[in-house]
Design a protein around this ligand. Structure first.
Ligand SMILES: Nc1nc2c(ncn2[C@@H]2O[C@H](COP(=O)(O)OP(=O)(O)O)[C@@H](O)[C@H]2O)c(=O)[nH]1
Ligand SMILES: [Mg+2]
Length: 321
């Protein structure tokens, strides 16, 4: 058995396109590293895009995202789909991945591809790692691609940029709905899930969300014909998940019918290009700082010979050439 580690990228891509799991796993590793091989891989995969639906699942740690995803993936597979999961878990990537992996293995699912990604250690961060991994899954033919991530700060923004449909998971009690609102999740949600519906306060959480949606004119939807549904699930008992899957399909069809799917995908590409450029410039900036020309510019500016805006212009010229 030859190791996929020794294969050149073109052979690896060819093998991955036959849904060889080791080859897919190796491609994901290369993409996460974001070296020259990642670029080569992206170029080769480009021609094989299948347009998979990308679903973002976001919410606070412990909300039950992994459990929910495990349950949903099981149902998707039972329904004949071939889903992939990208679990981005900054708090406990190993545990998070293991919980999801164990559940799915327990259920006997071999049709789904599950991958855990740590948030650290990627050049360019998740903004590049996520679209790269989605491209791999999409080309191989995994559909849908589910991205699980914690809904705080930049990570959440990244996942929203990558997803066609964003599902925000909240739990009963502790003013979760209010927290979600504060975190800006109301604006990015296409679907709300109140998970742990077995706990007291679930209907209060739903009511809070309904009220906030009534008050908010900023639900992120580009037309008034769509209002994010609020669904209840009990992931321990496996209740309510088919309604979530149906709501995701309804939203997908809405995106297609209104032309918003194309717009979202365009925005996704725009975001990736921007993220790549930022990464390139940050890298060049780091390199430039070890260069005598940088020292000279800072020296002349400090001496008062030129003003900082002019110095910035000189630096920009250096970076662009
Ligand atoms: N009571 C109850 N507990 C749940 C439910 N869904 C998940 N949990 C539990 O909540 C904890 C966190 O779940 P996990 O899926 O890891 O949350 P994540 O951090 O959002 O991915 C685990 O102990 C789950 O067993 C639910 O519907 N009801
Ligand atoms: Mg998790």
């Amino acid at each position: 058995m030859t190791s996929v580690r020794n294969l050149p990228v073109d052979a690896l891509v060819e093998l991955a396109l036959t849904d060889d799991r080791r080859a897919v796993g190796r491609l994901l590793t290369l993409v996460e590293r974001n070296g020259p091989e990642a670029t080569e891989c992206a170029m080769m995969l480009h021609a094989h895009g299948t347009g998979s639906h990308v679903i973002g699942i976001t919410g606070a740690p412990g909300a039950g995202k992994s459990t929910l995803v495990g349950e949903m993936v099981q149902q998707m597979v039972d329904g004949g789909s071939h889903p992939a999961v990208l679990a981005v878990d900054p708090s406990s990537p190993l545990t998070g991945g293991a919980i999801l992996g164990d559940r799915v293995r327990m259920a006997g699912v071999t049709e789904a591809f599950i991958r855990s990604v740590a948030t650290r250690g990627h050049a360019g961060g998740l903004a590049l790692a996520i679209p790269g991994a989605v491209r791999v899954f999409d080309a191989v033919g995994y559909n849908p691609v589910v991205i699980e991530t914690v809904g705080v700060g930049q990570v959440e923004v990244d996942v929203t940029a990558a997803a066609d449909t964003t599902v925000v998971v909240v739990t009963p009690g502790m003013g979760d709905a209010v927290q979600a609102n504060k975190a800006g999740l109301l604006e990015v949600a296409d679907i709300f899930v109140v998970n742990k519906a077995d706990r007291p306060g679930a209907s209060d959480a739903r009511r809070d969300l309904e009220l906030m949606l009534d008050l908010s004119h900023m639900t992120g939807q580009e037309d008034a014909s769509y209002r994010p549904p609020i669904l209840m699930t009990n992931s321990l008992e496996g209740e309510g998940h088919s309604a979530v899957i149906d709501a995701i399909e309804t939203h997908r069809r809405h995106l297609v019918d209104t032309g918003q799917l194309a717009k979202r995908r365009r925005r996704r590409i725009e975001f990736e290009i921007e993220s790549r450029l930022s990464t390139v410039f940050e890298q060049r900036m780091i390199e430039l700082k070890t260069d005598q020309r940088w020292v000279d510019i800072v020296d002349t500016t400090t001496a008062g010979t030129i003003a900082p805006p002019a110095a910035s212009q000189q630096v920009a010229n250096l970076l662009l050439h």
